[in-house]
Design a protein around this ligand. Structure first.
Ligand SMILES: O=P(O)(O)OC[C@H]1O[C@](O)(CO)[C@@H](O)[C@@H]1O
Length: 550
């Protein structure tokens, strides 16, 4: 059986790490004045500089060889053609079909899926235009002013991140809100500011069974009925994006207002589907299609570019070098763009839920590290928070800097400062401070790696390309590690146990560990035994007093 870590290429990479561990990144530039030109590339409106990495020419050659010897060509073709590559869930993985602009058919289970995709796109177009034009009316005849997306994980992070990133394209008379947390404070805070007569709720949930989303949706419906309309009016104010049409209709959503998508769209890959409705409502259907077009162009690049000139493949290989050979545990994402402030959270789910796996596709434990801890926040804020540790701490953290070049009118000076700060940081991480000895507390060692990813402008199209780039990066890493990037059994476990615990709130169950039972007993004191409804304030207070007395 093939064992990745025993392969000749893997072993050669290990040796190369030993040989180059003391190299200074800056010395690679001295040795090769063309390094920047050689280690940078453009795809559409995206430019990647990956020259400031601890990667010599020989290391890059071997990393490319690692990709060549992997199943990447085959698995990439399988993904795009709808083969079942999500083996544990027995599904194809076809988010690329959602942005497909090609003419040909795409067969899944002997059926061309493109006509249904086109139909749903058309439904999104008609609906978004009706809401944006004011033709869609609430129960009292007024137009919609506020849109609340209720969803969590992939049913929140993608549309949330993209709507915020593209805020400058937003319809001037529509406001967007995203409710995800099961903490009632989240929805209460949003509802407090809204008028039910002019609010539209999108219940975004692939399964229509996620506890957080259902609870928030029920609270929203109760609020709507308490403050405004009747049952018959729900249809004008609640729509759904879901694969579970039946459950959505049982909730009270009109059949024609259930925006379909399919089991072969993974939650964290779903912003291209009807889960992207808030984006279409915000920036318009044409803008939504531009985003799909950008992603499609990145798909085409990923499909045809040789590995050495393939942006997602290169980013994946760079990550593999740090994770598997240098020993980095984390990957920082630092957008120097306030509009991209949700990008680190989005990429966190995309990467960690996809590649947070420790068995291969055959269920055998792997003997190498897989997905990194992905984290980050916007620059320049991060400079005044965690950059100190990155400069002088004991951890080794590769960084992706991301920015868009085109300044916003009226704040050009801010944009110039933003970009120069980013370039200064990338330079400082590599160069360090030259003065002083290694023991000098003032000196920064440098030799810390980073990529710089520049968007010509933060447009829907470039955002689409950026997200597709990271999706494919994660995919390539998953293929090389031979793991299934498309299931999430750990998350399912948490969902199941949450259900079990809440069902047994009134039982003195011995089924849980002693710590969970002890904590559950404390929780139980605040809830009526016959339901999960909270105890009255006085009862809670009395219990608390009794407890203090004991
Ligand atoms: O869209 P649903 O079915 O409500 O699930 C929400 C999220 O939960 C997960 O299953 C786990 O976080 C995600 O993959 C998904 O995006």
């Amino acid at each position: 059986m093939f064992q990745l870590t025993r392969s000749v290429t893997w072993q050669a990479l290990k040796r190369l790490h030993e040989q180059t561990a003391d190299d200074q990144i800056r010395s690679y530039f001295t040795a090769d004045p063309q390094r920047f030109e050689k280690m940078s590339l453009r795809v559409g409106g995206l430019f990647l500089d990956y020259s400031k990495h601890a990667i010599s020419g020989a290391v890059l050659d071997k990393l490319i060889e690692l990709a060549d010897h992997s199943a990447l060509v085959q698995r990439r073709a399988q993904m795009f053609s709808g083969d079942i590559i999500n083996v544990t869930e027995d599904r194809p993985v076809l988010h690329t079909a959602l942005r497909n602009q090609g003419e040909g058919p795409l067969m899944v289970d002997g059926q061309d899926v493109m006509p249904e995709i086109q139909r749903t796109r058309e439904q999104i177009r008609a609906f978004s235009e009706a809401v944006r034009s004011g033709e869609w009316k609430g129960y009292s005849g007024e137009r919609i002013k506020d849109v609340v997306n209720i969803g969590i994980g992939g049913s929140d992070l993608g549309p949330n991140m993209a709507s915020r990133a593209l805020l400058k394209y937003r319809h001037p008379e529509l406001n967007f809100h995203f409710v995800s947390n099961v903490d009632g404070a989240h929805i209460q805070k949003v509802l407090k500011r809204l008028d039910p007569a002019t609010t539209l709720f999108i219940v975004s949930t692939k399964t229509f069974s996620t506890q957080e989303t259902l609870l928030n949706a029920k609270t929203a419906r109760r609020w709507f009925l308490d403050n405004a309309g009747e049952d018959a009016d729900i249809g004008a104010h609640f729509i759904a994006a879901s694969t579970n049409r039946q459950a959505a209709m049982e909730f009270g959503i009109r059949e024609e207002n259930v925006f379909e998508f399919w089991a072969w769209v993974g939650g964290r890959y779903s912003m291209w589907s009807s889960i992207g409705l808030p984006i279409a409502l915000s920036i318009g259907f044409d803008g939504f299609m531009e985003m799909l077009q950008g992603a499609y162009e990145m798909d085409q690049h990923f499909l045809v570019a040789p590995f050495r000139e393939n942006m997602p493949v290169l980013m994946a290989l760079i990550g593999i070098w740090y994770i598997n050979f240098v020993g980095a545990e984390t990957q920082a994402i630092v957008p120097y763009d306030q509009a991209l402030h949700q990008l680190p959270s989005f990429l966190q789910q995309l990467d960690m839920e996809s590649n947070g796996k420790s068995v291969d596709i055959f269920g055998h434990p792997v003997d190498y590290k897989t997905g990194p801890i992905v984290w980050g926040q916007t620059g320049s804020n991060g400079q005044h928070a965690f950059f100190q540790l990155l400069h002088q701490g004991t951890r080794y953290v590769p960084i992706d800097f991301i920015a868009s070049l085109k300044p916003e009118p009226g704040v050009e000076d801010h944009h110039f400062a933003l970009l120069t700060n980013m370039l200064a940081q990338a330079n400082a991480f590599m160069e360090g401070s030259q003065s002083g000895s290694r023991l000098d507390p003032y000196s920064c060692p440098g030799n810390r790696p980073s990529s710089v990813l520049l968007l010509d402008e933060l447009t829907p199209k470039n955002l689409g390309a950026l997200i597709a780039l990271y999706e494919h990066k994660v995919f390539v890493q998953g293929v090389i590690w031979n793991i299934n990037s498309f299931d999430q059994w750990g998350v399912q476990l948490g969902k199941r146990i949450a259900g079990e615990i809440s069902e047994r709130i009134d039982e003195h169950s011995q089924d849980f560990d002693a710590s969970t039972q002890g904590l559950l007993a404390l929780v139980r004191e605040h809830f009526r035994p016959d339901s999960s409804a909270p105890a009255t304030a006085s009862k809670v207070k009395r219990k608390a007093t009794e407890k203090t007395k004991r």
